[in-house]
Design a protein around this ligand. Structure first.
Ligand code: FES
Length: 125
């Protein structure tokens, strides 16, 4: 597919754990793909994380689905090409930047990496 990955920060953070998110073949060819990742955290508890993989101009990055206002889970509206928060109507563009509403910070980017044909996402657990 010929995409590059965008990393939000250096990978040296100790609390980061990488979890398999999908395969390279299942990356979005363009636009947005939502994945509700189920995983066991480092206390062996089952957790779920809403993650959006975004392919924008052949660069792939991952956004958390947690609204930066008060933490509701956002959805992606394919008609409007925006992330929309159901709680107070905050909207974000496809790169996660705030368009309108109460949020004053963009959706957080998550580190992703490719290993053996699989895509892993780094979560702070
Ligand atoms: S929690 Fe998302 S707009 Fe308030």
């Amino acid at each position: 597919m010929g995409v590059s990955f965008i990393y939000p920060f250096n990978r040296q953070t100790k609390e980061l754990e990488y979890y398999q998110l999908t395969t390279y073949d299942n990356l979005p060819k363009r636009g947005v793909k939502r994945i509700d990742l189920q995983y066991k955290n480092n206390r062996n508890q089952q957790s779920t994380e809403r993650i959006f993989l975004v392919n924008q101009d052949k660069a792939v990055f991952a956004l958390t689905g947690v609204c930066t206002h008060l933490g509701c889970l956002v959805n992606f509206n394919y008609h409007k090409n925006q992330f929309i928060c159901p709680c107070h109507g905050g909207t974000y563009d496809i790169s996660g930047k705030v368009i309108s509403g109460p949020p004053n910070k963009p959706l957080k980017r998550l580190p992703i990496e490719l290993r053996d044909g699989n895509v892993y996402v780094g979560l702070i657990v």
